[in-house]
Design a binder for this molecule. Structure first.
Ligand SMILES: O=C/C=C/C=C(\O)C(=O)O
Ligand SMILES: [Fe+2]
Length: 304
């Protein structure tokens, strides 16, 4: 089981310094480096060099996201399986991005760019690994534990799910099916890491980002995130609420470029033999917004 977790996302942002200020002072990530117009950031509870990369661009959105594999040899193993599946693939050479080694980059059936990587500089956590305290001394903003997942929008949810479950040997925790059971309009998938999801797809226009989510500890941390976002006039799309899908607590809001973010706590544990949960399309609003049970227009249309 070589694929461990989603490890990185590279976002396109309109104003780099404004975005760095938002992701460091409001979200509470740490800037760990800059190179070639990109800014590299990590969350306090992550040990690799970075999990979020910001690059300035004319339009917002997701440049790519990347999953970390256990061993360098896994790259070649999955390279063959991805090519057999039929995706076009190339190697990204070591040093293309700060602190990163070689990666493989391929285009998903939904048009998104995905990478697999192994080699990234180890920075460690400020809490260390010897008699550690539970929290670092200095924390800013929402201070999430980690980049938790991305939700992407694309048309062929069924095929991209087959790529993840067959070629990448990952697991599907939840799926959303049309009422006639014929088509899949939503899919939540995870590596063998116990998470409810590392990535999800919802049917819509290809190659779009719906949100990048950061993990906070508890429901109270979601409330406190809402307080901080309100304090700094960050546009909040959905105030703290419950997901029945993944059974998490959530809040959605937008970064300065219009990329949707989520502060996400809870979520059930998964195992390789966990049965896949099925939602019927008529229950989507109830599944996502468990209390209000109504869809929000921007939630469907505000994509980057
Ligand atoms: O858009 C549909 C579902 C969203 C669910 C989540 O963002 C989540 O479970 O983190
Ligand atoms: Fe989410």
């Amino acid at each position: 089981m070589g694929i461990m977790r989603i490890g990185k996302a590279e976002l396109r942002v309109l104003d780099l310094e404004e975005s760095v200020n938002y992701y460091t002072n409001i979200i509470g990530l740490e800037e760990v480096g800059r190179s070639a117009g990109r800014v590299y950031l990590k969350a306090w509870d992550e040990f690799d060099h970075h999990s979020l990369v910001l690059q300035e661009a004319d339009s917002p959105g997701l440049d790519h996201f990347a999953f970390k594999v256990r061993n360098e040899s896994d790259l070649e193993y999955y390279e063959r399986k991805i090519e057999q599946f039929g995706c076009t693939l190339k190697r990204v050479s070591k040093g293309t991005r700060l602190a990163e080694g070689e990666a493989i980059r391929f285009t998903l059936p939904t048009g998104h760019q995905m990478e697999l990587y192994h080699d990234i500089e180890h920075l460690g956590k400020k809490t260390g690994t010897l008699n550690p305290h539970p929290w670092p001394d200095e924390m800013k903003g929402i201070a999430p534990h980690r980049l938790d997942h991305v939700l992407l929008i694309g048309d062929d949810v069924k095929t991209v799910t087959r790529l993840f479950t067959e070629a990448l040997e990952m697991f599907q925790s939840e799926r959303i099916m049309t009422l006639d059971g014929e088509d899949m309009v939503g899919s939540f998938m995870h590596a063998q890491n116990g998470k409810a999801h590392d990535i999800a797809f919802i049917k819509g226009p290809d190659n779009k980002l719906h949100h990048a989510a950061f993990k906070v500890e508890t429901w109270f941390d979601v409330l406190q995130a809402a307080d901080r976002l309100a304090r700094y006039d960050v546009p909040i799309e959905v105030t703290p609420t419950r997901h029945a899908m993944t059974r998490a607590e959530t809040i959605y809001f937008f970064d300065p470029s219009g990329n949707r973010n989520e502060a996400y706590s809870g979520g059930y544990i998964t195992y390789p033999d966990s049965p896949t949960i099925t939602w019927t399309e008529d229950k989507i609003a109830h599944g996502i917004f468990y209390h209000r049970k109504e869809m929000i227009e921007s939630f469907v249309n505000a994509l980057t």
